[in-house]
Each structure stands twice: as C-alpha cells, then as structure tokens.
Design a protein around this ligand. Structure first.
Ligand SMILES: Cc1cc2nc3c(=O)[nH]c(=O)nc-3n(C[C@H](O)[C@H](O)[C@H](O)COP(=O)(O)OP(=O)(O)OC[C@H]3O[C@@H](n4cnc5c(N)ncnc54)[C@H](O)[C@@H]3O)c2cc1C
Length: 403
C-alpha cells in the first residue's frame, strides 16, 4: 500500500509520522517544495526573525524520516495529481502512484496589490524569516501592514528590539476578526503602552524606499513587512477537479470529493457547526489533529473498519511581547461577550456566548482558564453562563464539579 503526501508542513509531516506509528509496512512518500527539513512555522514570527536564524525548530528530528522509512523528497513540488490513474507527477517525467493521497499544501500569502507592494517583505517560510531577520537588524523604523496575529507578533518583537514601530490596520481594530472586541482593545492598549504606534482604519496606498503613503498620513520607514493574511494553495486540487470552496471541501472524515484523496491542515474546509456550517482553520492544533485523524482513517479504509469523524475544539495561541493570548472554540457574529470577574493584574478572560451558552473563550496570560475553557467546550452538556456565574468565574471549580 502506498500513501503519497503533498506538502511537508505541520499537517503533512504529522500525518506521515502517525501513519508510520499505526502501520510499519505502508510505503509513505512525503513531497515538499521547500528545501529545508520540515520545520515549525509559529516560532518564525515570535523569535526566529529576531535571532540567529540558523537555529530554527524542526517538527520532527532530522533523522526521523530515514529511521522511520518515510521517503522525504525536498525541493520536489508536485506539479499534477492524476485522480483517474492515481498518480502524482513531481517533475516533467517522474510520477509516483498512490493508493491514498493526502493533500496538505497549506496556504500562500496574499500579495499586496498596491504600487511598490513588492518592497514589503512577507513571512511564511524559513527563507523569508532569514531575509527579514537581516533587514530587521539593520532597520531603525519598521512599518508592519496588517494587525492580525502575525502582524502583532512581528510589531511587538521589533519593538522589543527598540525599533520605532508603526502597525497599520485597515479595520477598526487590531485582531478584529479573531477575538472579542474588548479583548482586542486590551491587547491594543498593551502594545500602545510599549510604544507601538497603532493606526487603525488606515490603508496602505503605496510603498517606496522612504516608507508608506496611507489613507491618513505618510509613514516614514526603512523596512515594511506585510502580514495581510493567506489564501489556500488549491491549484493542484482545482486541476484535479476536486470540489473547492474556500479551500478543498472535505467530509467529516477529511475525504475530498474523491474517496482516495484526503485534504488536511490549512487547506481543508471541513463540516463544523458554525455560521456557514463549515470551517477552514489556520492553526497547529487543526493541522496536527486532522493529520492524526486522516492517518487513522487511511488505516481504517485499508482494514475495512469504521472511519473516525473530525470533531475538534479548535484552539490557537499567539505570543506578543509579555502577553500570551490563547483562544479556544469558535465565536460567531451573534455572540455576546462576558468578561470574567476575579481577574488578577495583567490577566483577562472573555467568554463568547450564544443564547447564554459558551461557544468560545479568549484568555490573556491565563493558561489555567484556557485549559479549563477547552474542557468546558468539550463537555457533552452545553455550558451556560449561569453555571459559570454560580462559580463566580472560577472555571477550575466548575470543571471539577462537571467531572
Ligand atoms: C509566521 C507564522 C506564525 C504562525 N503562528 C502560529 C501560532 O502561533 N499558532 C498556531 O496555531 N498557528 C500558527 N501559524 C499557522 C500554522 O503554522 C499553520 O496553521 C500550519 O503550519 C498549517 O500547516 P499545514 O501543513 O496545513 O500548511 P503549511 O505549514 O503551510 O505547509 C504546507 C507545505 O506544503 C508545501 N507545498 C505547497 N504546494 C506544494 C506542492 N505542489 N508540492 C509540494 N509541496 C507543496 C508548502 O511549501 C509548505 O511547505 C503560523 C503561521 C505562520 C506563517
């Protein structure tokens, strides 16, 4: 039996390791268009670009692949999937056949489509990080376009290096799409107190070697970094005629519209009880958990056993200066927000509630509440605000009572 995996990011690599754990005989071929042994992306924006970029964090040990008979093909972009004859082509002639295929091609950054947009550096790969690290070490004034998690991490790290930092956000608030407004406000206040100049409702119009012209002012900068979001890498899947809609559509077993092709990680759009009934996540939790589920399902397919559904409690983290942000669950447009009482200095916990029921939780420097929040969200019975109020915001005691 042969499994081919396209993409050796967190999802593809974890799937390879999980498959090997479950079955020592499967032939596993992992293709990466990058040249580096698979590495972790989260540290890139948190520490790599501010440090010696030769030391980056691998996902698995560099000998893992050889030792576990996983054929890791670096610098080997897959060019075509042939779903009819079940093979992938990775250069002009070479093909490799599969019984099952896993697409884990992740995302690519949006291009900054403004005059001079090419002058802005972007961060996705270790190569980008090495380039940005060099530029940061030389720069005095840095402008970061995009107030999402990655933009905020880059801005706060650069500020810690005593750079003059401006953070531009087109929306009304940083982290506007990701956390409760009151939570975003608190993070924004912190960055402001550290000396980051945050400009909201501010769009970059053009970039030149002196900085950025925006809708409200001219910002002087000798380095511009853009973190304006990513889009799923769907080219191969489109050409293979798989069903697509904001990523590759998969069922609850992570199977695409072709039963022998699975999709996982940032690229997979899976069924979920959300506003649209589906979700595509960009997180390590999702990449890693989907990888383990898909490995189980491929083994199940082989042994004629039942598939396992992917039913996550999504969670995510971001490190920004002295702040650790941890988010669990999925908020929605109708959610109301409730700040927990009894917070000690520098911590914050915000609950997202829909019709009085807990659907997500954002915590700032409060790992315990984050873990408790995940336990509450995964509890079989819905957790109501009245339950939480009964314990005066002491989530640990509530978890204890429920167990
Ligand atoms: C700077 C940064 C910071 C982040 N911080 C956090 C964080 O703090 N917490 C968190 O949960 N998540 C974070 N993320 C997101 C997280 O890294 C991603 O969700 C995760 O890496 C997704 O894994 P993936 O394997 O689906 O995709 P990716 O990691 O994007 O890997 C996909 C791989 O497929 C390769 N590929 C694409 N096309 C082909 C092809 N045709 N042939 C061969 N290979 C191909 C790509 O080159 C890439 O190596 C961060 C991401 C970045 C970029």
């Amino acid at each position: 039996m042969s499994v081919v995996i396209i993409g050796a990011g967190h999802a593809g690599t974890t799937a390879a390791a999980a498959l090997r754990k479950f079955d020592k005989d499967i032939k596993i071929s992992l293709f990466s268009e990058e040249g580096s042994i698979p590495y972790q992306r989260p540290p890139l924006s948190k520490k790599t670009i501010f440090s010696d970029t030769q030391n980056y964090d691998l996902i698995l040990g560099k000998d893992f692949y050889n030792k576990n008979a996983i054929q890791l093909n670096l610098n080997s972009a897959v060019k075509e999937i042939n779903p009819v004859q079940s093979y992938v082509r990775f250069n002009s002639k070479e093909i490799i056949e599969y019984d099952q295929l896993i697409i884990a091609t992740g995302t690519k950054g949006y291009e900054l489509n403004i005059p001079g947009g090419e002058l802005a550096q972007t961060l996705y790969s270790i190569n980008d990080a090495q380039k940005i690290a060099k530029s940061i070490s030389k720069a005095k004034k840095i402008a970061v376009i995009g107030g999402g998690f990655i933009g905020c991490e880059i801005a706060s790290g650069a500020r810690k290096q005593n750079k003059e930092v401006t953070l531009l956000e087109a929306g009304a608030s940083i982290l506007g799409r990701s956390v409760a407004p009151i939570f975003a406000k608190s993070v924004s206040k912190y960055h402001h107190s550290q000396g980051i100049n945050i400009l909201t409702n501010c769009k970059a119009l053009s970039i030149n070697h002196n900085g950025i012209e925006t809708t409200s002012s001219i910002i002087s900068a000798d380095l511009v970094i853009a973190g304006i979001g990513v889009t799923p890498n769907i080219k191969l899947a489109v050409e293979a005629n798989l069903d697509i809609d904001n990523g590759v559509l998969v069922n609850e077993y992570l199977q695409t519209s072709n039963e022998n092709i699975f999709a996982i990680g940032d690229i997979a759009n899976f069924p979920f009880n959300s506003d649209s009934g589906r979700l595509r996540l960009e997180s390590i939790q999702n990449a890693s958990d989907q990888a383990k589920t898909v490995a189980k399902n491929i083994i199940a397919l082989r042994n004629n056993q039942q598939f396992q559904s992917y039913t996550p409690i999504p969670w995510f983290w971001s490190d920004q200066g002295d702040l650790k942000l941890q988010m669990a669950g999925v908020g929605n447009l109708n959610a109301k927000h409730h700040v927990l009482e009894n917070q000690t200095d520098g911590t914050l916990t915000v609950l997202h509630l829909v019709e009085g029921q807990l659907v997500a939780i954002d915590t700032l420097n409060h790992g315990l509440n984050h873990i408790c929040g995940r336990k509450l969200l995964s509890h079989k019975k819905p957790i109501l605000i009245d339950d939480i109020k009964r314990f005066k915001g002491d989530l640990k005691s509530l978890v204890k009572e429920l167990n």
